[in-house]
Design a protein around this ligand. Sequence first.
Ligand code: ZN
Length: 273
Amino acid sequence: MATSGRNEQRLPDRGVRQPGGEATIGVDKGYTEALTDSDGNYHGAGLGQLLTTESDRLKERNRRRARLRSVANTAAQRGNHAKADRIARNNLGAIKRDRQAGRHQARVRTEIFTAVHQVVDKAAVVVAEDLTKTLAGRKPLDRNTNRRLAAWTKGVTAQALKNVSERRGSALVHVNAAYTSQVCHRCGCLGRRAGDRLHCTSCRVVWQADVNAAINVLRRHGDPDITLHTPHFVVKQLVQARADRHRSRLPLPDSSPARRAESESSEALSNER
Ligand SMILES: [Zn+2]
């Protein structure tokens, strides 16, 4: 059996060759969860913990290795080359380091690929931001551990979306995601972000931010004005024009899945009123 990714073969057989579902689903890439979809479901909920644990481990390991490197340098300066060599050989080698990194990467890949399979289980069309594009401007070797992990994770998510939808016969549609995390999906006004919440000051609703973004991503598919190549500043103008148009109208009742955050945030809301 031909598999393109080295960890995909470890996934459960479920879905590897099965066709996807029938819905059109928008997804938003997260850090705590691999993906949030426009139905309000979270996929790959273990991702945040995996990344935090690995980031902490790397920071501690780098501290330890820096200390040992300085011990080895001091020994070498004093002519104790046997000791310096011993430390370099036993404590500063790449074999164990690379093995541990490989294990972590395999776990993250499994988490992300499983998440994408769950989305494709119900989707004939997956609508997403093109995650490979935003990587282009980045320096390949970011010294900040968290940023480096996040950038790598983004690449894995992009690869998983492409590979899984291709193999299962779903369409992956890339859309322009500018402002999708900032506008209220109901009225189109720019909201205020606070943690994982988006407060819309126009309709006075608090949305779960990732679900709200996933719904906006879904709607960019078929948006007559905002295409993949619409420049950022033009998207901003369109978003503002739509919000202005909406402001004169009364908001409609809504049963959107993103509204789950509302009851939990009623206190924050009443403070605003
Ligand atoms: Zn709103």
